[in-house]
Design a protein around this ligand. Structure first.
Ligand code: CUA
Length: 380
């Protein structure tokens, strides 16, 4: 019995230690890294301690009474039965009301504060929740990227949240149709899929260190403000169950100094350069040719600045824009680091590495995969 206790305690300690070492250790709302996360935290702490105080008093009295007045064998009489005590009843009605009213004042003030649109030098980003990845569209900068949200430090980022994919907004509820019009469609023309991949479902956008969480609801436009004080990478996660790969619908917020951010913007605004090396050139051919299992990469993925051999622009159609794919550190909803090895696994069979992915297995040969990887690596 003692051995078992030691084992359980040991495992618990190990689990806590392992959790502390996890790379996502900063995915915590208890370590705010910006003013908007700080506001939520500053509300959470006093409310938490009020709740702890009430818990200790209530549970303490419960335990005290349970022990003090427990049944004893020697007891032969029933204690006097009391029905009602007007003073006590008034007290325990008024006291909780006062506590809740007290907590409501800072709560409502914080809700209003966080819900208001920031003024001044604000960066606006449209965030589209897809099954199962995030699209980041910068309407003023005309940038469309995926899974990594770049922001400047010290500047509020006002995010407009929309659900992407086939929806129920355009037709009768029983018939899936094109996505309902929403505020995120005002970006560059290729930023919104004319057809859809995946259903338009509820997601929830959450970067715990930088802001609270906000749902992404089909047919609705929601907003959230976030801001980072220091440069760094802040992990984020879809927080609303949205289908098979919900757990792999991750993303990163990369905060750069304002100067570095402006440089990133300039780099992203440039179109892709046509691949120079032969291996990459062959990859670009594969990218636009009939794939072994049917279909084309260009059916779904955009590359700004490049044209097919037929002179057609390569537009987005529900899948991530790949214009600067090689500049991203992760892909597939940030579930995979952007390495040749992971790209190979992905291109062999996407849903084997991210179950439920809408990108099918195209039956690519190992040679085609190598060529595609060489091509993707040129998209810096
Ligand atoms: Cu998107 Cu869960």
């Amino acid at each position: 019995m003692r051995k078992k206790t030691v084992l359980v305690l040991g495992l618990a300690v190990l689990a806590i230690a392992a959790a502390a070492c996890a790379p996502n250790a900063t995915q915590s709302a208890l370590e705010p890294k910006g003013p908007y996360a700080q506001k939520s935290y500053d509300l959470f702490v006093p409310v938490f301690w009020v709740a702890v105080g009430i818990f200790v008093i209530v549970e303490g009295l419960l335990l005290l009474f349970a022990i003090r007045y427990r049944h004893r064998k020697a007891r032969t009489t029933i204690p006097p039965q009391i029905h009602g005590n007007t003073r006590l009843e008034i007290a325990w009605t008024i006291l909780p009301t006062l506590i809740l009213a007290g907590v409501a004042v800072p709560t409502i003030a914080t809700i209003w504060d966080l819900a208001s649109k920031p003024t001044g030098n604000v960066l606006e980003v449209n965030v589209l929740g897809h099954q199962w990845w995030w699209e980041f569209d910068y309407p003023d900068q005309k940038i469309d990227t995926a899974n990594e949200l770049y922001i400047p430090t010290g500047r509020p980022v006002y995010v407009t949240l929309c659900a992407a994919g086939f929806g129920y907004g355009a037709g009768p509820p029983s018939e899936p149709g094109p996505p309902a019009p929403n505020a995120c469609q005002t970006g560059p023309p290729d930023s919104f899929p004319p057809a859809g991949i995946g259903a338009s479902v509820i997601h929830s956008f959450w970067v715990p260190a930088l802001a609270g969480t906000q749902d992404v609801v089909p047919g609705m436009t929601n907003h959230l403000t976030l801001q980072a004080d220091e440069p760094g990478t802040y992990p984020g996660q879809c927080k609303e169950f949205c289908g098979y790969a919900h757990a792999e619908m991750k993303f990163k917020v990369v905060a750069l100094t304002p100067a570095d951010f402006e440089q990133w913007v300039a780099e992203q605004q440039a179109g892709a350069e046509a691949p120079g090396q032969t291996e990459a050139e062959k990859g670009f051919e594969v990218f636009q040719s009939d794939l072994p299992a049917g279909g084309h990469c260009t059916d779904c993925h955009a590359i700004d600045g490049l044209e097919t051999d037929q002179g057609q622009p390569i537009l987005s159609n529900g899948a991530p824009n790949l214009t600067h794919f090689a500049s991203r550190s992760c892909f597939a909803g940030c579930s995979l680091a952007n390495t040749d090895e992971n790209l190979r696994r992905w291109l062999e069979n996407p849903s084997a590495v991210k179950y439920g992915s809408f990108m099918p297995d195209y039956g690519l040969s190992p040679e085609q995969i190598d060529q595609l990887i060489a091509f993707l690596n040129t998209l810096e």
